[in-house]
Ligand binder design. Structure first.
Ligand SMILES: [Mg+2]
Length: 87
């Protein structure tokens, strides 16, 4: 997978998130909770790959979700903390 393919996969995941849940505007603490949940799913996928011969595909999927959630959090910050750019 090239970098362009990876970034396209992250963009597609972002679109999928918006289709499922609409625009998300959470408090930073809630974003932290959502992001850490997704990171935990990466850890689970890696453990399953290492210990139980699970597929690499699930690790890729979960990492893309982590990246997409991070992008979504950044979008939310842009909408909800407009003065943050001035800091
Ligand atoms: Mg996940």
């Amino acid at each position: 997978m090239s970098q362009a393919d990876i970034l396209a996969a992250i963009a597609a995941e972002r679109q999928s998130q918006d289709s499922k849940w609409g625009e998300q505007n959470h408090h930073l603490i809630e974003w932290l909770s959502i992001l850490m949940e997704e990171v935990g799913e990466v850890a689970q996928a890696i453990n399953e790959y290492h210990w139980r011969d699970a597929s690499m595909a699930n690790i890729r999927k979960e990492l893309i979700q982590v990246a997409a959630v991070a992008v979504s959090a950044l979008e939310s910050i842009e909408r909800n903390y407009p003065s943050a750019d001035e800091e």
